[in-house]
Design a protein around this ligand. Sequence first.
Ligand code: SAH
Length: 236
Amino acid sequence: MQRYFASKINDHVILGDDDVHHLLHVMRIKKGEEIEVVIDNTLYNALIKETNPLDIKINYQIPSDSEIKEEVTLFFALAKGDKIDFVIQKATELGVSRIILFKSSRCVVKYDDRDLEKKLTRFKKIAKEASEQCHRLKIPEIIGVVDINKIDPSLLSDINLVAYEKVAGSTNNFISSVKQGKSISMMIGPEGGFSNEEIMSLVAHNFSCVSLGKRILRTETAAVYALSVIASILEN
Ligand code: SAH
């Protein structure tokens, strides 16, 4: 059944303009049909009472458990092309709570303020659509762009890991850190990797370096791999 993130006034469902368009003109929903809506992280069945004007009423709550209990944050560098779009979609499917975009010395991509505003709107839309598609109860928050040398401590988790290509090898440290079952942040570098100074500064700010295995992965592969491992450990 089609699912939408929504808000409510009493037991009437309020949808955003894009979702109203989708429901009426793409799904061609009819009076008497039912949809699923997520309101404040809770799933409901709802009834289309009228289409013109649109009136949707909450029917009943549906039990649902599609979220990872611990908060998972992905720090992802400003990567080239449409890699960020790809990673936001996959990270959302893999259950992250937050995606924090960062810039570092080896990022080739730069956004000015106007670009950033447009990009963030687009990234949030990708996260919302991916959350709907994979039946989540929560849309990950997208934060950006932070400077790798000035990360606000309030953005950090209980466990903060940086995947460092120069320690590529055993994944034991990575796995045992995740197994502690606490909130976790995972930082993945840009195509050019991290400088020594950046790693030193991250370590001074509570990050631990971990390896993602013996091979050097592309930045987008590294993000998907790390988040898959985290989800599979934390959901067990
Ligand atoms: N250009 C760099 C590789 C960068 S890979 C080089 O040739 O060394 C992009 C990012 O993916 C890295 O900054 C790191 O965060 C992550 N990554 C890829 N493979 C990794 C591995 N085996 N161990 C740890 N991190 C890895």
